[in-house]
Design a protein. Structure first.
Length: 264
């Protein structure tokens, strides 16, 4: 695979018959696996491969498990996938968790303890749970690192995002998600895309206090972000990252609207 960087995201072409590479450098690669769901609530499954190790990000529901597994198999043996990241416990993110554990019972499940309580209800109770709150960094054998950043009440109390240090990509889960029937893999017009993000974030995110708090946390970490990869909607390339941060920081949502008369 030729090297792919964030600057080349706008030239990425989706091939519906195979995984779509989004980044590749020095043995570290990121793919969009996708889910063939032609609705505004399209879900994104991503795949991080680092040498011989790999982690699937938000693998999705049981309905599309076989599709996602097939996509992974086009990259490597699914039995060798060593982990799955579940940014929260909702079924569109995590319902296929037990299916993946049947593929590889030794697979780590990366999530928060708050989500863990609910993940157990999918039926898998004996697995290697990696608590991202207790261990907010994970290092591959190569030395490449993932950073886990908690995003409380966006929209779940135990929600979090994942930052891939090598690519500078931020896997944001439901944060910055969008609903768009005229979907493209990569955002082409941020002003247009912001309207699609409103359809999700205004209803699902708890409040501006939660969004501002999360943005402050990101800014304090001083992470260089080259792309934002949400679980719903389109990927935002480097040229739109600051606009996305500003959007979330200023967003009025959830309780701000429901209890507007109580907001000072």
């Amino acid at each position: 695979m030729q090297a792919i960087t964030a600057n080349a995201l706008s030239q990425v072409i989706v091939d519906t018959k195979q995984p779509t590479p989004l980044f590749s450098e020095n043995g570290h690669a990121i793919y969009w696996l996708g889910i063939p769901d032609e609705t505004a609530f399209r879900c994104n499954a991503y795949f991080i491969k680092d040498g011989d190790e790999a982690i699937i990000v938000d693998p999705g529901n049981k309905i599309f498990f076989e599709f996602v597994k097939k996509r992974v198999a086009q990259i490597m043996d699914p039995k060798k996938v060593m982990g799955q990241i579940l940014c929260h416990q909702d079924p569109d993110v995590a319902a296929s968790m037990p299916d993946w554990l049947q593929v590889n019972p030794k697979m780590k499940v990366f999530s928060t303890s708050r989500a863990q309580v609910l993940l157990l209800h999918y039926g898998a109770t004996d697995y290697d749970f990696y608590d991202i709150t207790a261990e907010p960094e994970f290092t591959f054998s190569s030395g490449n690192t993932l950073k886990f950043i908690e995003a409380p009440f966006l929209h779940f109390p135990g929600a979090f995002v994942t930052y891939d240090v090598q690519s500078r990509y931020l896997f944001s889960g439901d944060v910055w998600a969008a609903l768009d029937i005229d979907w493209t893999l990569v955002v082409e017009d941020f002003a247009y895309h912001a309207q699609k993000m409103d359809l999700f974030n205004v209803d699902y995110m708890a409040s501006n206090l939660a969004t501002r708090g999360f943005i402050k946390r990101l800014k304090n970490m001083q992470l260089p972000i080259d792309a934002i990869l949400p679980q719903h909607g389109s990927i935002m390339g480097k040229q739109y990252v600051q606009s996305a941060l500003d959007y979330l920081e200023n967003l009025k949502c959830g309780l701000d609207i429901i209890y507007a008369d109580l907001v000072e």
